[in-house]
Design a protein around this ligand. Structure first.
Ligand code: PMP
Length: 419
C-alpha cells in the first residue's frame, strides 16, 4: 500500500454497507426500471443525509452574511463557517486554520495558485512541470501562465501501465524549475502517484509543489505536513459534500508572499481611492460573499468520513476494485486502461469494436451510471491511442452485488453487439 494510505488488509467486510446506504437517500430509487447502481463517484459522490440536513438547517435557522454582522444570525453563520475551516485543518493536518482557504473547488484552487503565485514568481524561461496524466484543470492554468510569462511547460511522461516515469522527472528538474503541479490520484486511470517522493525531489531542486487532491481526498489519508507539499487542492463534492466549494491549502509563508487573486469585499483591511491594504490570510484570498451554506454542510461530509473511518472506506473500495478487476479481466475483448500497482477505486475500460459512449448508454438502460469519454485528460487518451474509456468508480456505499450487475451488463452488451 501507498506510504500515506492506511488501508486495513482483509477480504472480510469492514462495515455493514446496508447501514451506510441508509444514509444516502438518492441511492434508493429505480432508474429505467432497475435499482440504481451509482458508479460515477469519481465525477461526484452522493451526499449523506447529514449533509442534506445541514443545508436545510442552515437556511431554516442560521442564514446571514458572515464576518461583518454583529447580530445573532450573522454570528451563528460566521461561527459555523469558521468551524468548517477548523475541521478541514484537522482533516488534512494543516499547521494552522489560516492556511485553509475556501474556493469554488479544485479548478478554482489551481487557478488561484497559477494566477497569484505564478504571475508573481514565474519569469521568462522559468519552468513549470506537470504530468501526462493531469486533468485539464491542472494543465490549462499552467499553459495560460506560461504563455503570459514566456515560461516553459514540461511534462513527466507516464508508462503503458499508467505510472509516472520518475527517472525522467529527475531529468526534467533544473534550477529554472519553479513549480511542480501533480495529481495525487488520476481520475481516468486510478493511479496513485508517489507524491511524497516527487515533492522531496522538487524541493531539492528549489521548486514549490501543488498537489491536486481531487481524487485522493475521499480515499487516502491526507497529511499535508507529512507530505510537506506547498499547496494542496480538493473539491467538496468529491468527498460527499456539496458542489460549488472546495479547499486550497497553502503554507503560510507562501500565501503571505502571494498577491490577492481577486479584489472585492472581505479581502481588504482598508480601502481608499489612493491605496488599498489587504486583509490577512485566509481572508485575503476570499473576496466577496462565499458559498456559506455549502461550506457549513461540507463539515458534515468530513464528519461522515471520519465516523466511517478512512482506512475502512479505503479497504471496502479496494475490495470492490480487486473484485471488479479480476472479473473484468475474464471478459474477452475487454481491456483495462490503467494497470498501476497502486490505484484508487477507478476502473477505466475499452471493449473491442464497441464505442465507449454506447457502453455507457446501454449500462444506463440497466440502471448503471458510469462515465464515458476522455475524462478531461485528452493528452493521456492520445498517448494511449484512444478517444476515451468507459469508467466505473466505486465508493463507500457500493456493493459486490452492484459489481456483479456491471459485469453481467457488460457481458450482455458484448453479446448483443456481436450478434
Ligand atoms: N483534478 C482531478 C484529478 C479531477 O478528477 C477533477 C474533477 N474531475 C478536477 C481536478 C476538477 O475538479 P472540479 O471540477 O471539482 O474543480
Amino acid at each position: 500500500m501507498h506510504d500515506t494510505q492506511q488501508t486495513i488488509v482483509t477480504d472480510q467486510p469492514v462495515f455493514d454497507v446496508t447501514e451506510i446506504r441508509k444514509q444516502f437517500p438518492i441511492l434508493h430509487q429505480e432508474v429505467n426500471g432497475r435499482p440504481l447502481v451509482y458508479f460515477d463517484n469519481a465525477a461526484t459522490t452522493q451526499k449523506p443525509l447529514a449533509v442534506i440536513q445541514a443545508l436545510d438547517h442552515y437556511y431554516e435557522h442560521d442564514n446571514a452574511n458572515i464576518h461583518r454582522g454583529i447580530h445573532t444570525l450573522a454570528e451563528r453563520a460566521t461561527a459555523a463557517f469558521e468551524q468548517t475551516r477548523r475541521t478541514v485543518k484537522s482533516f488534512i493536518n494543516a499547521a494552522e486554520a489560516e492556511e485553509v482557504i475556501f474556493t469554488k473547488g479544485t479548478t478554482d484552487g489551481i487557478n488561484l495558485v497559477a494566477t497569484a503565485y505564478g504571475r508573481k514568481f514565474i519569469q521568462a524561461g522559468d519552468e513549470v512541470i506537470i504530468s501526462a496524466m493531469e486533468h485539464h484543470s491542472n494543465i490549462v492554468p499552467w499553459q495560460m501562465l506560461c504563455e503570459e510569462k514566456q515560461g516553459i511547460l514540461k511534462v513527466i511522461p507516464v508508462d503503458e501501465n499508467g505510472e509516472l516515469l520518475l527517472d525522467q522527472f529527475e531529468q526534467l528538474l533544473t534550477d529554472r524549475t519553479k513549480i511542480v503541479s501533480l495529481v495525487y490520484a488520476s481520475n481516468s486511470l486510478g493511479t496513485i502517484n508517489p507524491v511524497k517522493k516527487v515533492i522531496d525531489m522538487a524541493h531539492q531542486a528549489g521548486a514549490v509543489v501543488l498537489i491536486d487532491g481531487a481524487q485522493a481526498t475521499a480515499h487516502l489519508d491526507i497529511d499535508v505536513q507529512k507530505l510537506n507539499c506547498d499547496f494542496f487542492v480538493f473539491s467538496s463534492h468529491k468527498i460527499f459534500g456539496p458542489t460549488g466549494t472546495g479547499i486550497l491549502y497553502g503554507k503560510r509563508r507562501l500565501l503571505e508572499k502571494m498577491p490577492p487573486y481577486q479584489g472585492g469585499g472581505e479581502m481588504i483591511k482598508n480601502v481608499s481611492f489612493e491605496k488599498t491594504t489587504y486583509n490577512d490570510i485566509p481572508y485575503k484570498f476570499e473576496a466577496g460573499t462565499p458559498n456559506i451554506a455549502d461550506v457549513v454542510a461540507m463539515r458534515e461530509a468530513i464528519n461522515f468520513i471520519q465516523q466511517t473511518g478512512k482506512p475502512a472506506i479505503a479497504t471496502h473500495e479496494q475490495q470492490l476494485l480487486a473484485y471488479a478487476t479480476s472479473a473484468l479481466e475474464n471478459i474477452p475483448g475487454l481491456k483495462i486502461i490503467g494497470r498501476a500497482k497502486e490505484k484508487v477505486s477507478v476502473v477505466s475500460l475499452i471493449i473491442d469494436g464497441i464505442f465507449h459512449f454506447d457502453i455507457g448508454q446501454m449500462l444506463d438502460a440497466r440502471g448503471i451510471a458510469i462515465r464515458t469519454g476522455h475524462h478531461c485528460t485528452q493528452p493521456l487518451m492520445e498517448q494511449y491511442g484512444i478517444e476515451g474509456t468507459a469508467r466505473a468508480s466505486f465508493s463507500v456505499y457500493n456493493t459486490m452485488e452492484e459489481v456483479d450487475n456491471l459485469i453481467e451488463g457488460l457481458h450482455r452488451i458484448i453479446k448483443m453487439m456481436k450478434r
